[in-house]
Design a binder for this molecule. Structure first.
Ligand code: BEZ
Length: 212
């Protein structure tokens, strides 16, 4: 297992899941992907996370992001747990959960951090771009459930900055002004960003979000 870093190609794998065998690259096709791990089935925080993720699926779909969860239990256990998630979170789990009882995928993606827990995965998030490179890695401890609004916010930033020469400032939300990439000088920036350029400092130039 090698450490995966931003910009690396996401390792491909084939694994069983709550929706049958899945090959990562086939599943993602030419879209974006989010792969997120859960410490174990029948645990409380994970139950709320998967229910929330199911309710957010429409938002991920709008952004062309395929969802793929993982937990280190088998398919039969996932099936029983999904019934509980649907019942308690008032939703229907509508994306696959990888059955990683042999820990093949969690080892490949370095999702087990032995000094935190030697058998359960931490809460890892990998966002994978259409070219299969890893664009974002976030790691939470088992005791902290993820914020799915934040995951969508980051995806909006990743998708915007992939196609425009801009970056997103602190606490940016979709629709806010953005920062012009330092690689563009202000004269060129004024030609590219026709909605306007505000030069606060030579290195700090703002423009309205270009893709709206
Ligand atoms: C949970 O998902 O609730 C959880 C899992 C492992 C440790 C602590 C909490």
């Amino acid at each position: 297992m090698a450490t995966i870093r931003l910009g690396d190609v996401a390792p491909d794998f084939t694994a069983d899941s709550s929706m049958g065998m899945i090959n990562l690259y086939d599943y993602l096709g030419d879209g974006w992907g989010i792969l997120f791990s859960h410490p174990a089935d029948f645990t409380p925080v994970c139950t709320t996370e998967l229910g929330t993720a199911a309710k957010f699926k429409g938002e991920f779909d709008k952004r062309n992001v395929k969802m793929l969860a993982l937990s280190v239990d088998g398919v039969a256990s996932h099936g029983e747990w999904i019934k509980d998630i649907n019942e308690t979170q008032h939703t229907t789990v509508n994306f696959p959960i990888i059955a990683d009882d042999d820990k093949k995928v969690s080892t490949l993606y370095d999702m087990i951090h032995p000094n935190a827990n030697d058998s359960l995965t931490v809460r890892s998030v990998y966002i994978i771009a259409p070219d299969k490179t890893v664009k974002l890695i976030i790691t939470y401890p088992a005791s902290t459930g993820r914020n799915f609004h934040e995951l969508l916010r980051v995806i909006d930033s990743l998708q915007l900055t992939a196609y425009h020469k801009v970056a997103t400032p602190a606490n940016w939300e979709n629709g806010d002004r953005v920062v012009i990439s330092p690689s563009i000088n202000t004269e060129d920036a004024k030609k590219i960003f026709t909605k306007g350029v505000e030069e606060i400092k030579p290195y700090l130039r703002m423009t309205p979000q270009p893709n709206l």
